[in-house]
Design a protein around this ligand. Structure first.
Ligand code: SAH
Length: 308
């Protein structure tokens, strides 16, 4: 673990190295996973899914008041600092249309919220936002619902919608007369089950592990869709036109920078009025999200000022 994680957003709570004694106090089960690195420092084995999951339980409890968080085996276990960064950069984007102030009580649509419910958990705690999470996977949505029910107060902030049509993304998820300040999404990014497997193997090699276990695991269906993230995001862009007046900012992570030019062309063709890119960095890992809107500056201000 590095002493500093360069590049995180200034409001991100994970700039300092993990305070393992404090985290173990919060979540005693974490103590069983503490190991000493060759340099003599206390750490955890990031290639052990149980260790990573327990670290996440401790981080979510300690920093975000989520005292009960369980994900079924094999589901994506998210790196918390990077996910938090998306929420903070989104807050800055929303602040632009709200006189420089991050709007409290904004409503956010999270496409593919996963079993882990990570964006609603972080965003509702940090900014008081209300989330609607969508999901195609029945087991994932059941796990996410169980997290909501296990933590007092969350059912007022977070609700879920099942997407029954695997070809659809926004269709059916935004009701008539419903408005959202933002859509967020971490799309399935591999283009085949094969490349999802290769990606995981590469990650394992990078961690220097012999084990079959995956660190930030993920079911294959979570990690891939036909045509990869470009196909998924293209569909999303296409569908977003229908909801041009109901969503202020559509945003999505783009895991491969090489995909950006194609997506920008799709946005131009769709008639997006403004497109923004936010670069994010966590340690060595570079990522970004893109944001688009069909509303001009004046309309954006009016949208943000409407009674919520
Ligand atoms: N938001 C979580 C999970 C991201 S993985 C995180 O950041 O960790 C992508 C998720 O999108 C998976 O849970 C997958 O089941 C879901 N998904 C795939 N296609 C979808 C669709 N058309 N509508 C809603 N969810 C979808």
């Amino acid at each position: 673990m590095k002493a500093q994680k360069p590049g995180l957003h200034p409001r991100n709570r994970h700039h300092a190295r993990y305070d393992l004694p404090a985290l173990c106090k919060e979540t005693p089960a974490l103590s069983a996973f503490i190991v000493t690195s060759p340099a003599g420092e206390q750490t955890i084995n990031f290639a052990d899914p149980e260790a990573v999951k327990t670290l996440n339980q401790a981080l979510l409890a300690h920093f975000y008041q989520v005292k009960a968080w369980h994900i079924p085996q094999g589901f994506l276990c998210p790196p918390v600092p990077g996910r938090a960064d998306y929420m903070h950069h989104l807050a800055d984007l929303l602040a632009e249309s709200s006189g420089g102030k991050v709007p409290n009580g904004a409503s956010v649509l999270d496409i593919g919220t996963g079993a882990n419910l990570i964006y609603p958990l972080i965003g509702s705690h940090e900014y008081g936002w209300r989330f609607t999470g969508t999901e195609v996977n029945a087991e994932a949505i059941a796990a996410a619902q169980a997290i909501i029910e296990a933590n007092p107060g969350l059912s007022r902030q977070i609700r879920l919608r099942r997407q029954k049509d695997p070809q659809a993304i926004l269709t059916g998820m935004i009701h008539k007369n419903e408005n959202f300040d933002a859509m967020v999404c971490n799309p399935p990014f591999h283009d085949s089950a094969e490349s999802a497997r290769e990606g995981n193997e590469r990650k394992r090699r990078n961690l220097g592990q012999q084990t079959e276990a995956l660190n930030f695991g993920g079911q294959q269906q979570e990690l891939w869709c036909e045509g990869g993230e470009v196909a998924f995001i293209r569909t999303m862009i296409d569908e977003s036109r229908q909801f041009a007046k109901q969503v202020l900012w559509f945003t999505t992570l783009v895991s491969k920078g090489d995909n950006l030019p194609m997506l920008y062309s799709a946005l131009t063709a769709a008639g997006a009025v403004k497109v923004v890119k936010k670069e994010m960095a966590q340690g060595q890992k570079q990522s970004r999200f893109i944001a688009w809107t069909f509303l001009d500056e004046d309309k954006r201000r009016r949208f943000a000022a409407r009674a919520r």
